[in-house]
Design a protein around this ligand. Structure first.
Ligand SMILES: NC(=O)c1ccc[n+]([C@@H]2O[C@H](COP(=O)([O-])OP(=O)(O)OC[C@H]3O[C@@H](n4cnc5c(N)ncnc54)[C@H](OP(=O)(O)O)[C@@H]3O)[C@@H](O)[C@H]2O)c1
Length: 262
């Protein structure tokens, strides 16, 4: 019996698979089977990661105790209809499907022994993701998925907020990056240089802040020398409604997550 199966072998599944195979999670390629209906995609995964692949979700349900549900929300019902009945009391299903609540998943997969829900983000593909887990064995699931970057446990009631912040956040972050790069171009840099400077500055600052644990207000104050260049820029930013716009952005995403929930 394989140790780990995936329903769906798309972008997120690949990020998680890659992290679990390369980290200390204790999985070897021979332990894993991926059900992916796109034959070219399945062949790619088999070639790149040396894992077994199948076009039939039932092969995964029959052969694994731990299964990650990684299809798009609209495909979940079909997977449940095809393979749900094969997941028994000894199985654990970890869903990464956005918006599908534990109670809904329990209805779709009634026989499953343990059910956990995880909200990852796209950065799992770079080994620097943020995963939040809830449900059965959430601590163990978070520990496992820490191989993809960072992972914590939060109550499911926070999942709309989690979806808005870390789940949807990569797009907002890239938008800010785009604004920085375009701003760089507007003051004379060429496109390529502006993109690199913006990207490396955001990457390096996030890395520094994470590693140092610096308090954000103190960090900002520390780099704003009175009368200096950063202070001149910050003055403009501070006078704008930037923070309110960001707050509204997250609130809109959380509201959409609530609407889609179920
Ligand atoms: N992308 C993100 O940033 C993100 C963030 C957080 C959570 N999520 C969640 O992660 C899940 C996966 O997202 P993704 O971006 O990885 O999607 P994706 O790249 O479209 O991957 C899903 C894969 O599952 C395959 N599939 C669907 N039904 C199947 C079935 N019955 N049997 C076998 N394979 C099947 C799809 O094949 P076809 O292409 O043929 O349909 C596709 O290759 C989604 O539920 C999403 O809500 C995504």
């Amino acid at each position: 019996m394989k140790k780990l199966g995936f329903f769906g072998g798309g972008k997120m599944a690949e990020g998680i698979l890659s992290a679990l195979l390369s980290g200390d999670a204790g999985f070897a390629p021979g332990d894993v089977i991926v059900a992916e209906r796109d034959a070219a995609r399945a062949a790619y995964l088999a070639g790149r990661y040396a894992v077994e692949t199948t076009g039939d979700v039932r092969d995964v349900a029959r052969g694994c105790r731990l299964v990650i549900l990684a299809v798009r929300p609209q495909d979940v019902a079909q997977v449940a209809a095809d393979a749900g009945g094969l997941l028994g009391a000894g199985s654990t299903l970890v869903s990464i499907v956005a918006g599908k609540r534990l109670d809904t998943l329990k209805e779709l997969f009634p026989g499953v022994g343990k059910l956990a829900r995880v909200m990852p983000n796209l950065a799992v593909r770079a080994g620097a993701g943020m995963c939040v887990a809830c449900g059965d064995d959430a601590d163990a699931v978070a520990k496992l998925l820490s191989a993809t970057g960072a992972a914590i446990v939060l109550d499911e009631k926070h999942f709309d907020a989690v979806t808005a912040l870390s789940g949807s956040g990569p797009a907002y972050f890239a938008y800010m990056l785009e604004a920085m790069a375009e701003g760089g171009e507007a003051i004379g840099l060429d496109k390529e240089a502006a993109r690199l400077l913006a990207l490396q500055t955001m990457f390096g600052t996030a890395k520094y802040l994470r590693e140092s644990g610096a308090e954000l207000g103190a960090f900002i104050a520390g780099v704003c020398t009175k009368g200096g260049t950063t202070a001149a820029g910050m003055e403009k930013l501070d006078a704008s409604d930037f923070k309110a716009v960001v707050a509204d952005t997250l609130a809109a995403a959380a509201e959409r997550s609530r609407q889609l929930g179920g």
